[in-house]
Each structure stands twice: as structure tokens, then as C-alpha cells.
Design a protein around this ligand. Structure first.
Ligand code: NOJ
Length: 752
């Protein structure tokens, strides 16, 4: 009898080794997954729910990592479902081979990486791209990123970050689409389409992740990882819609977040993950935790130890544990103690296997491992040209007194000041894991490439020492080397271009700031240069809105150049010298002072909106309520005028309306306008904002050309979420605004 059992076991074992392939050949996707699931031990099931950080040189475990031998063993015993931060065809192939050939069931790994704004060829940081409002280009940029990353073995990106944020102190605003839910939702959809394409089983598309679920962008006082405490109206109307849109676009995965939301750490939040996302929204992909976030529930005072954290996270619906070791160490015990039903483990595993199946990994686990593709499709000219297009359209012209811009090419004596002008790394911004330092075109190179004569004065050092992802950025606060030279040269220049701002790693994760001015000595230098030469063009390279109030009062031209990626310098030069007419519009308000933050256009009116002569209205006694530059704002080298707003009710019962408006390019150069439509729901059962973006269109108009734009609105734009999370429409008066910025005053009111 014993021998018989052993024989059966051996036969099953031999059969299973090739099982994944065989099952893939014969069955429907659901059958394959169910068959596989039925063969898995509890250890193997939990293994699928484990994600390890990279510990791999191309031939095996990296010696530097203490626990890499143990991790390697877990690969061989089928106790790892995914790894992150392992990339490159050779690495991926070799690691996949261990799992496929040596583990009992041979279930392939899924390889995740933060492919946030390109991989080796970098697009502008996501916030900058959002300033283009160009959904086609944004989708194409994600497409390009997917092509490059998959050519390097990656099949899962931890993007898009769809966290809405109103707080420029938070360093991660660079990774999102800004402050507005309507724009943010449209961009979230475009990015998912770009990454995942129409066919997930193709070799050049990858699984995307909507992150961070939820409310991470509302970290109190902009301090990263801090608590979020928001009301239901903000949760339903501002935070959640971009996530829901990602589900509607068929996104494969979600990532939960580090923060506590209303007292519950997101990783352990059953309401968000199980009830809302997997329940009400019917999300059929899987949820990965953020890095170590299960473990962090101990520090949050929510889990008493790692075992308790495993129980809370898995019960709440967090399917895969990124680097907490909570599941690998404790989940089996938790299941055996009956603290989590086996069905929930099966549900998580099923979800993970389903994504692997969709990616086609069961048919070919090495499908992303084509060495020729890696050689030809990464950092090639086509990709570099593509990112230039979006970089040009992401630049926002903030001020242009007396049309000092564009610079005339025959201008004799142009001086460029600022270390960032020569910097080939900072323009790559934060989140650039696959790219190499010094691969962006600098502003100086961009100007050179246009064949312009200039001289360069280093001026001010922004940072000291080597800066990399790990080291903290050191701000130079005292070394004025170069000041004198810069001031002397500036005094005799026709025009000064000052390239100031933030270093590439002064924004991003963990890079919160309390001051939003130029770091270090840059402001001082700017003021001293302005004393000797008024003809200054300020180029601000930053990963977030900065406070530019002094500059706005004293400098004739300001260009918001963000961090624009691989072709940054070319894009900036093309705007400065008029090859590209700037057309970006701000996706986030620029404050006048830090004290105004969080500042956003779609605020509630308050009971005392003022202004009046008394002191008792909602305002500051030392600063205006208005931002320096509002959401949606951006100038052009031409002028656009809006006229003849006309509203027709096209369906009275369904509350559908059509808004027509005439738009004219009044200048003598061609240009693009981002035409925007806002609404105000005058009276509602939950107070509504004074303005909400509900439509936008890109209009490319030749000099002198006019067009009529038509916006269509229905209940989905005119309605809102009540405090129970139900989407409702309420009849009444709506004011409809049209214009080129959120501060537009052009409006008409209708009754619906
Ligand atoms: C932590 C970040 O919050 C998350 O966005 C990222 O995807 C993971 N680390 C993995 O790098």
C-alpha cells in the first residue's frame, strides 16, 4: 500500500513539473487556473502571494544580500510569485528558468518594476506630462515605456500613480497628474491604455498598477507617509474616481498605500479593498501591498506583530505581500489557526494566476526575454524623438512681459546662468530606475543644437557632492563661487537666461519640503542678477509647483520647465527660441506662499467667501486667497479669445446639454489652446465646489484662424457622489464656465 502511494506521488510529481505547459496547451484560461489551483499545496499557494525585492545577478543570487540564499531556495520550492527590481533579459531569463524548471509546478514569476515615466528613454515626469493635457501623447508615452520595459524582461509596472494631491510640499506630486479629479481621471485612463494596450498577451505590453489605494496624496501637511484624514465627500468625489476609472479600463493590479486613512492603514482596510474595489467595483485583478506596508501596520499601532499583520492584510484583501515577509513567514499558521478561510487564500491566488495567464506567461514564460529586442528597442532614436514631442508640449509659459519671449535668434549676447543649465541628470527627475545618469540633453546642449551663440556662467551650485537615489541631496547654502563672475557677465549681456529650480531628487518619494522657494542660494543669485540686468528669462526646472512670487513681481519672463526627461534641453530651447509655441497648462495651482497650501481651484465657497471691509470673512490678513498661477493657466506666444458661449439643452429628461463657444487665434503665430469647461452646481444636498473641470479640448489654430468648439455634458458630468458613495444627479441651476484657465469669468447659467 505504501509503495503504491509513493508511486502515485512520484507520478503526480513528474506530471506536475511540466504541468503548467501541458495545461496551457489544452484548456480554457479558467480551467487551467482551476486545475493548477487544485494541485497546489498551501505553501505553494501562499508562495504566489509573496513578492521579493531583486536579489539577483545574471547568474544567481547576489552575494551582497544576506538572505538571498534563502530567497533562492524559495524560488526553487515555488514559494515566490513575483519579484521586483530584477530587470534585463539575461537576469530575467535565468531567474525565470529556476522557477519554471526547478519548482514543482513551474508557475512563472511576474517581474515588476517602477516604470513611471519611461524606462531608459525618459518622458517628462508625470506631473509635467499632465501639463500637456494631451491624452494621445500621454498614452503614447506610456506605450513607449511599456515597449522599452518589456524589451528588458519586465511585464508589470507599478504605475500609474493616480493619487490626486493639492499639496506641493508632498514630493510625490511629481508622479501624479496634479490636483484635479477630472483631468486626473482622463490621464489615468490614458496611461492604463498606454501600458496595457489592447492585447496583454503581446510581448510589448505590460500589466499596470493603480496606486496608491487610497488617499496617499492627502498626507497631512504634505509629509510623506503621513496620516490622511478626509471626509466622505472628498473620498468619493476626489480620491476614488481615478481608481474606479482604472478598473473600467481593465487594469490588472492595484497597490495599496502606506498611509492610515481615517484610522485604518490602507493595507488592512477591508472596506476599501474587499468591499469597494473587489466587491462594488468588481475588480478582478489582484492587489499588491506597498513596500513593507503590511509590516508597517505594527508601527501604525494596528497589528500587534508580523503574524497579526499577515492576518489583517490577507483578510482585508491585500493579495500579494511586497517585501514584508509577513505572508511567507506567517500566513500558513494563520490559515491553520482558522483566522483566515482557505477560500480567501484561493481567491488571492486565483487572481494572481489569472494575470499571469493574461500576460501569456503560461504559454511562454520567456516571452519578454528576447535579446535582440533588448538591443534594438531600448533608448533608440525613435523613442528619443517621441519623448521630445511630449516634452515640448509639457512646458508652461507663466509670464511673458512685453513679449520678451521668444528670443530672437540674432540677439547678440545671451548669457545662461545656473548649474541646472548644464545638468544632464536632474532633468531625468525622480523615479528613473532604468535610466543612466547624464543621459538628458542639458539646456546648454539644447541651445547648441539650435546653433545659437551664448556664453555660460555657472553662477551657483545647486548641490554639493554626488547625488544618487540613496544619498540625500545636499543643498549648497554657503558657497558663492561663481557669483561674481555671473554678476559681471550679466551686467553686459543683452539677455540672461537663468535656469534654476530643484535637483532631480528633490522631489519624489520621501522628498517632502516645507519651503517651496528655490533651494540653496539660487534666490539670492536671482535677485543680485536682477539688479544688474532686467532682461531675465527664468526657466524653472522643478518636480512640483514652487513659490515664484518674487520672480513674478520682478522678472519679465518665466517658463515652467519641470523635469522633462531625456530630451529636456532640446524641448526647453525650442520654446525659448520660438520653434515651439508653448501650450502647456498647469495641472496644479502655484501658491503665492507656502502658508496657502493645500491650495486648489475646486474649493468649497465657505459661508463667508467675502471679500468685504470687515475682518470676519474667510481670508488671510497677510496674503491673498488666490494662487499666483491657477490650475489650468498657461500662456502662449499668441492670444486666444473666447466668445459667444451658447448652451442648448439637447435632452430634457436625461439632462444632456451642448455648450458651444467660439475660439479665435488672434495673434500672428500658430498655436494650441487647451480650452476648458467648468461647472458650478449652485445648490445641492452636499455643497459643491465653486468650479469643477468637466471638459477640455485641444484646439490647434493657425494664426488668425477661428473655430467653434462643442462640449457635451450629461448627468455623469453634472452629478456627484453623495456621502454614502452613491452617484446622484440633482436638478437645479448650473453655471457653466468656458475659458483658458480655471480663473475664467466667462459663464452662462442654465436650469436643469
Ligand atoms: C514604494 C512606493 O510607494 C511605490 O509606489 C513603489 O511602487 C514601491 N516602493 C516599489 O518600488
Amino acid at each position: 500500500m505504501r509503495i503504491l502511494t509513493l508511486l502515485v506521488f512520484i507520478l503526480t510529481f513528474i506530471g506536475c513539473n511540466k504541468n503548467v505547459q501541458k495545461i496551457a496547451d489544452t484548456k480554457s484560461p479558467t480551467d487551467r487556473i482551476e486545475i493548477l489551483l487544485s494541485k497546489m499545496t498551501i505553501e505553494e499557494k501562499i508562495g504566489q502571494m509573496v513578492q521579493y525585492n531583486g536579489f539577483w545577478d545574471s547568474t544567481g543570487p547576489a552575494p551582497s544580500e544576506g538572505d538571498s540564499k534563502k530567497k533562492y531556495e524559495h524560488l526553487r520550492t515555488g514559494q515566490v510569485g513575483s519579484v521586483l527590481n530584477v530587470s534585463g533579459v539575461e537576469n530575467v531569463r535565468n531567474m525565470q528558468k529556476v522557477v519554471v524548471e526547478e519548482s514543482r509546478l513551474g508557475i512563472p514569476l511576474i517581474f515588476g518594476l517602477d516604470v513611471i515615466h519611461g524606462h531608459k528613454t525618459l518622458s517628462p515626469i508625470p506631473l509635467a506630462e499632465s501639463a500637456s493635457w494631451d491624452l494621445e501623447l500621454i498614452e503614447a508615452s506610456a506605450r513607449m515605456a511599456a515597449k522599452e520595459a518589456t524589451a528588458r524582461g519586465i511585464n508589470w509596472t507599478f504605475a500609474p500613480m493616480v493619487d490626486i494631491s493639492r499639496d506641493a510640499r508632498w514630493g510625490r506630486v511629481m508622479e501624479g497628474a496634479g490636483e484635479d479629479v477630472f483631468l486626473g481621471t482622463a490621464i489615468a485612463r490614458a496611461r492604463v491604455r498606454g501600458f496595457q494596450g489592447n492585447d496583454l498577451s503581446a510581448t510589448n505590453t505590460l500589466a499596470a498598477t493603480a496606486k496608491h489605494f487610497a488617499a496617499y496624496g492627502f498626507a497631512e501637511s504634505g509629509r510623506d507617509y503621513n496620516t490622511a484624514d478626509i471626509g466622505t465627500s472628498t473620498l468619493y468625489n476626489v480620491v476614488l474616481p481615478p481608481f474606479k476609472a482604472c478598473v473600467e479600463e481593465g487594469i490588472c493590479t492595484f497597490m495599496n498605500s502606506f498611509n492610515v486613512l481615517n484610522g485604518i492603514p490602507a493595507t488592512g482596510d477591508k472596506f476599501l479593498q474587499r468591499e469597494l474595489l473587489k466587491g462594488k467595483w468588481n475588480f478582478d485583478g489582484f492587489i499588491v501591498s506597498d513596500w513593507g506596508s503590511a509590516n508597517e501596520m505594527i508601527d501604525h499601532g494596528y497589528a500587534k506583530d508580523l503574524k497579526h499583520a499577515a492576518e489583517l492584510a490577507a483578510n482585508a484583501g491585500s493579495d500579494m505581500d511586497m517585501e514584508s515577509y509577513a505572508y511567507i513567514k506567517h500566513l500558513k499558521e494563520v490559515v491553520e489557526e482558522g483566522k483566515i478561510p482557505m477560500e480567501l487564500i484561493d481567491d488571492s491566488v486565483r487572481r494572481i494566476l489569472k494575470i499571469k495567464e493574461k500576460l501569456g506567461l503560461f504559454d511562454d514564460p520567456y516571452k519578454y526575454c528576447d535579446i535582440d529586442r533588448e538591443k534594438t528597442q531600448v533608448f533608440n532614436q525613435e523613442n528619443k524623438d517621441e519623448v521630445l514631442e511630449i516634452a515640448k508640449k509639457s512646458i508652461v509659459l507663466l509670464k511673458n512681459e512685453n513679449n520678451i519671449l521668444p528670443i530672437k535668434k540674432d540677439q547678440q549676447n545671451i548669457l545662461v546662468i545656473g548649474e541646472l543649465a548644464a545638468d544632464k541628470t536632474s532633468p531625468l527627475g525622480s523615479w528613473r530606475i532604468g535610466s543612466d545618469d547624464n543621459t538628458a540633453t542639458s539646456v546648454l546642449e539644447g541651445i547648441d543644437n539650435l546653433g545659437i551663440d551664448y556664453h555660460f556662467s555657472n553662477g551657483v551650485k545647486l548641490v554639493e557632492g554626488n547625488v544618487d537615489f540613496i544619498n540625500e541631496v545636499k543643498i549648497n547654502e554657503s558657497d558663492k563661487t561663481g557669483f561674481e563672475e555671473a554678476i559681471t557677465n550679466a551686467a553686459s549681456a543683452d539677455l540672461v537666461i537663468m535656469v534654476l529650480g530643484e535637483h532631480g531628487f528633490q522631489s519624489g518619494e520621501g522628498r517632502s519640503r516645507t519651503k517651496l522657494g528655490f533651494p540653496g542660494l539660487q534666490q539670492e543669485l536671482l535677485e543680485q542678477i536682477a539688479e544688474v540686468n532686467k532682461n531675465i528669462i527664468l526657466v524653472n526646472m522643478s518636480g512640483r509647483p514652487l513659490v515664484l512670487t518674487w520672480a513674478d513681481e520682478n522678472i519679465p519672463a518665466i517658463v515652467q520647465a519641470w523635469q522633462l526627461g531625456t530630451r529636456s534641453g532640446d524641448a526647453i530651447a525650442s520654446v525659448l527660441f520660438g520653434e515651439q509655441n508653448p501650450c502647456g497648462k498647469l495641472p496644479m495651482s502655484f501658491p503665492r506662499s507656502v502658508g496657502q497650501v493645500p491650495i486648489y481651484y475646486n474649493k468649497l465657497n465657505t459661508g463667508r467667501p467675502g471679500p468685504n471691509e470687515l475682518v470676519f470673512w474667510s481670508h488671510y490678513i497677510d496674503e491673498s486667497n488666490d494662487p499666483l498661477y491657477p490650475f489650468g493657466y498657461g500662456l502662449s506666444y499668441t492670444d486666444f479669445t473666447y466668445s459667444n458661449v451658447n448652451i442648448q439643452i439637447t435632452d430634457t429628461l436625461k439632462h444632456e446639454i451642448k455648450v458651444n463657444v467660439d475660439l479665435k487665434n488672434n495673434g500672428d503665430v500658430d498655436g494650441r489652446e487647451v480650452a476648458q469647461l467648468y461647472i458650478r452646481d449652485k445648490v445641492a444636498s452636499v455643497s459643491r465646489p465653486i468650479k469643477e473641470l468637466k471638459g477640455f479640448q485641444l484646439a490647434d489654430l493657425k494664426a488668425g484662424e477661428s473655430t467653434t468648439l462643442t462640449f457635451k455634458l450629461s448627468e455623469s458630468e453634472l452629478g456627484f457622489y453623495d456621502n454614502n458613495g452613491n452617484f446622484i444627479f440633482e436638478s437645479g441651476e448650473f453655471e457653466i464656465f468656458v475659458g483658458g484657465s480655471s480663473d475664467t469669468k466667462m459663464s452662462k447659467t442654465i436650469e436643469l
